[in-house]
Ligand binder design. Sequence first.
Ligand code: SF4
Length: 215
Amino acid sequence: MSQESNDPGIPVPEELQGQLAITTLDKLYNWGRRSSVWPMMFGLACCAIEMIATAASRFDLSRFGMEVMRPSPRQSDVMIVSGTVTKKMIPIIVRLYNQMPEPKYVLAMGACASGGGPFKEGYNVVDGVDKFIPVDVYVPGCPPTPQALLHGLITLQKKMDKESVLTARWYQKGVTEEVPIPLLGPDLIDPRDLPDFNAKLTQQAELQSQGEQER
Ligand code: SF4
């Protein structure tokens, strides 16, 4: 344990010093989570090559407990969106995001994932994955270097450090709402923009609250 976690401002008798560590539950909980963030194993374009390099021996993601890239969303903690997000790909990305268990995080790696990048005006490109799923950290660059990705992941760890078991959204009552899967048509259709979809959502929420009251 670090000196910081041994110095919580509570007096410790001299005979117990060196044998006792006092910390907060949040600190312990966040330390465990931030030291074992497993990224999802998928890449979309050139940025993915830099992500692969970050995992290899020169930069070594395992220093942060992040080397275990999972081929299943069910076992992943962070989705690194590394590359150009096309309209054909976004329904799959949203589905994978929905399948990740809480707590889950998203890192947009590079100009394409963050805002469309050099292909922003392209007919087939989504100008930012944050139009559909919530992004926690953006890493600029085209492509970002492995050092930049590491900086982004360390920033994510700092964000985790500030979370509390008391207020974490995954411990709150109610089910986490899924992001509606975008539909492929002549252009991308976000179901949230359809008026009857919103009406259905409201109806569903009312039925759910009625059920909870009756229980
Ligand atoms: S940001 Fe640049 S390097 Fe990354 S996927 Fe887009 S074009 Fe490729």
